[in-house]
Design a protein around this ligand. Structure first.
Ligand code: BJW
Ligand code: ZN
Length: 241
């Protein structure tokens, strides 16, 4: 492990372009629950089954209860050393792109600037009638929040299953992955598409690809380096001299 950390750290320090893909595991050490695995349950509902347009059509109150709970939880948590290390890494690399599947806003809070939030941001709300989108910092928006422009039902400004990612954000993500010399994949089970395909794109275009995750994933076999550990412990080590 130590040698792999050194090898990866040297490649990052010598690189002109680095792309990082993060997932829920990067916020786990802040106390944010991940989606899958033993902790990924909420009131006997599978979170991934609530993150769908079908669930919202069927029971918008339940879906808003889930998102109000998460917003409240997120309003109380802090960034962890994984977020801070990625923000520091950005200042070392001339062209650094952080593609995150996380909607919690913690990377920006930690000081990362060039971030692509491909699954949206939980602090945004969008009107299901007129499409008006805005930020709302209140943790709890109530049972069925309404649009202040047209009175329509608001929904969370996130990307649910079976919804398309913003095409421009996706184009930028693929471009960053395809141009990267080093691609880091941290804290994601890498099962959700199209995000999970970015590591393969980077590898096909010649990048060194590395995974940081305490568990093996479906993508571990294609990795050049797999660092088995917590993001908040491993990522800071990549910045040590
Ligand atoms: C640590 C750690 C520590 C723990 N340190 N690590 C069949 C085959 C292929 C694809 C499909 C299919 N059927 C449908 C699809 C498409 C679908 C998809 O991929 N489904 C698969 C699950 C099968 N994808 C979509 O629908 C996407 N859209 C799309 O494809 O558009 C085209 C299209 C249009 C129309 C119709 C069909 C397609 C959209 C995907 C949107 C995902 N949205 C969510 C919710 C966001 C909002 C919210 O947060 O509420 O995004 S779902 C959820 O999963 C969330 C996450 O961003 C995403 C990924 O999860 P992540 O981050 O990987 O978390 P976990 O919990 O899975 O993993 C945590 C990891 O951390 C684990 O590995 C741990 O070991 C590790 N860990 N502690 C480091 N301390
Ligand atoms: Zn509206």
């Amino acid at each position: 492990m130590h040698e792999d950390i050194r090898r990866l750290a040297d490649r990052i320090k010598g690189a002109d372009r680095v792309c990082v893909l993060t997932g829920a595991g990067v916020s786990a050490e802040s106390g944010v629950p991940t989606f899958r695995g033993p902790q990924g349950m909420w009131k006997n509902h599978d979170p991934t089954e609530l993150a769908t347009p079908q669930a919202f059509s069927r029971d918008p109150k339940l879906v808003w209860e889930f998102y109000n709970w998460r917003r409240t939880l997120l309003s109380e948590v802090q960034c962890n050393p994984a977020h801070t290390a990625l923000a520091a890494m950005e200042s070392l690399v001339p062209h650094f792109t952080l593609v995150t599947q996380n909607v919690d806003g913690l990377h920006r809070k930690a000081g990362s600037a060039n971030i692509i939030e491909i699954h949206g941001n939980i602090w945004n709300v969008r009107c299901t009638s007129c499409g008006h989108e805005r930020q709302d910092p209140s943790p709890n928006l109530g049972e069925l929040p309404c649009c202040d422009v047209c009175g329509g039902l608001l929904r969370p400004g996130v990307v649910w299953f079976n919804e398309s990612l913003d095409p421009e954000l996706w184009r930028q993500s693929v471009e960053a992955a395809s141009r990267a010399e080093v691609m880091l994949v941290a804290g994601t089970s890498a099962v959700v598409q199209p995000a999970a395909s970015l590591a393969g794109v980077a590898k096909r275009f010649g990048a060194l690809v590395a995974e940081i995750n305490p568990e093996a994933t479906d993508q571990s076999d294609m990795m050049d380096i797999a660092l088995r550990g917590k993001a908040g412990e491993v990522l800071p080590k990549l910045l040590e001299d």
